[in-house]
Ligand binder design. Structure first.
Ligand code: F6R
Ligand code: ZN
Length: 187
């Protein structure tokens, strides 16, 4: 007989995304984002002048990283720009590439930028109450396009999916999101 896990529940504040029961808090600061933005000098200035500000956080109360489990987390991406490029997450494929993910946006505004290894790309708007389905084999990155608000999402994905950052670090996501003269532009 397999070990049978005990069911559980926990509270998530649907306005702020606060998940008090979380035991893991992954923190990415501006200095963790070297190599990701188009304007590397602007990132260096941000790190120096603003004392390496918080970029994003991921909160989890993890379940076993196994097939059949559903991992879930809260992702909070700060507002801001590196030069004219909006703050974004690193982005990744899942290590088990054939695994999907659901993002439910709880607060803020932005985009999910996605691409496949074959070079197809897609974007979906993120805003409070909107869900984005990231199908299997699509790398994904969230981008915060709001001037002030944190982009908060609840994410659910297979427990054994894992994260492959290296490919996106090398190849990028295909499209970047900039503020150009008051417009939000994908280039
Ligand atoms: C999990 C997932 C999200 C991200 C989070 C941070 O598979 O897609 O929880 O992990 O938004 O982004 P990354 O992991 O790209 O730094
Ligand atoms: Zn993911």
């Amino acid at each position: 007989m397999p070990d049978i896990m005990t069911p559980f529940g926990l509270a998530i504040d649907l306005e702020t995304g606060d998940m008090v029961a979380a035991t893991n808090r992954l923190v990415r600061r501006a200095s963790d984002m070297r190599g990701y933005y188009a304007d590397a000098e602007a990132l260096d200035r941000l790190i120096q002048e603003q004392d390496d500000p918080l970029h994003y956080e991921v909160f989890e109360l993890p379940v076993p990283p196994e097939n059949g489990q559903l991992m879930y987390c809260i992702s909070k991406l700060q507002p801001g720009q590196v030069g004219q490029e909006f703050f974004m997450t690193k982005g990744h494929y899942h290590s088990v590439s054939a695994t999907a993910e659901i993002y439910l946006c709880l607060a803020g505004r932005g985009y999910m930028v996605m691409k496949t290894a074959e070079g197809k790309w897609a974007t979906e708007e993120m805003m409070r109450g909107r869900m984005v389905y990231v199908p299997p084999h699509w790398a994904h990155r969230s981008v915060n396009t709001d001037a002030n608000e944190t982009l908060v999402s609840f994410c659910v994905y297979p427990g054994d999916a894992g994260h492959n950052y290296g490919d996106i670090e090398r190849e990028g996501l295909g499209k970047r999101v900039f503020q150009r003269g008051g417009d939000i532009v994908l280039e």
